[in-house]
Design a protein around this ligand. Structure first.
Ligand SMILES: O=C(O)CCC(=O)C(=O)O
Length: 261
């Protein structure tokens, strides 16, 4: 994986962090590079890290193109997405359809409550179980829940938000795996949002690649919003899976969702 594709270069180059790569071409500057292994060095993968104030991200191209192609195909066949009420969120008091498709899988009884809705976990399926276990083996963290988002093309998106809900185990990383259409992704510090922002902190921009794994480590989600903006010219499907550790004693009780295909 070239770090050039992790951190967007040129005008859109990441900033605000002690980023990046001795390989960064075109920026005119040689930047600091640090290859990271997970804390107990479980993985020999070439992790790249990106740091800014209270932002802590690790990224690696986890799957080869062929592996990622195969997984995308398998998931396109295996996953069914929520419809009706479960495909809606509440924004400023109004219910709206989410601009993408979504489903959750995980241990029985878990759910995820955000934007006014509670999404129940359907049972793990073979593909998600394999991916979860591989991510656990390379990160050293175990996960009991995955939220899957499917973007049919560049018109689908996810707005700015923080993953800081109470039903997540606090102080635990979120592992985000992307398959399909590479998409821009950005982080914005909470103090630098809006016209009357208290401070000016540079946005951190990345490109999430086919087969790329982004670890959002604490305390990132306490301080930084993230979003996947629209890119209307992009035509291909993308699936993102955020593997999470939910706290069963905080999750709202729900019936487990419908079984997977
Ligand atoms: O599709 C993505 O990469 C964004 C996912 C995300 O922000 C989330 O699940 O909280």
């Amino acid at each position: 994986m070239s770090l050039d594709s992790f951190v967007i270069r040129g005008k859109k180059r990441a900033s605000g962090g002690e980023v990046c790569s001795s390989e960064t071409r075109g920026s005119g500057k040689k930047r600091k590079v640090e290859d990271v292994k997970s804390s107990d060095d479980k993985s020999q993968l070439p992790w790249k890290k990106l740091r800014a104030e209270n932002l802590d991200l690790d990224y690696v191209r986890l799957y080869s193109k062929k592996e990622a192609d195969d997984l995308l195909k398998e998931l396109e066949n295996a996953l069914e997405y929520n419809t009706g009420h479960l495909a809606r969120v509440q924004m400023f008091g109004k219910w709206i359809d989410i601009p993408r498709k979504q489903v959750a899988h995980g241990e029985a009884g878990l759910s995820y409550t955000f934007s006014g809705n509670t999404i129940p976990a359907r049972p793990w399926n073979p593909a998600l179980t394999r991916i979860r276990d591989y991510i656990s083996s390379v990160t050293g963290f175990d996960f009991n829940f995955v939220l899957v988002n499917r973007y049919k093309d560049g018109c689908d998106y996810m707005g700015e938000h923080k993953d800081d809900e109470k039903d997540l185990v606090q102080g635990y990383p979120i592992a985000s795996l992307s398959l399909g259409q590479p998409r821009d992704f950005y982080f914005k510090h909470q103090d630098s949002r809006g016209k009357n922002a208290a401070r000016k902190i540079d946005i951190v921009k990345l490109e999430l690649e086919h087969g790329g794994l982004l670890l959002m480590n604490p305390p990132t989600n306490q301080f930084w919003y993230h979003a996947l903006p629209q890119r209307k010219k992009l035509g291909n499907v993308r699936i993102n899976m955020t593997f999470r550790k939910m706290n069963p004693s905080v999750c709202k009780p729900v019936k487990q969702g419908i079984s997977p295909k």
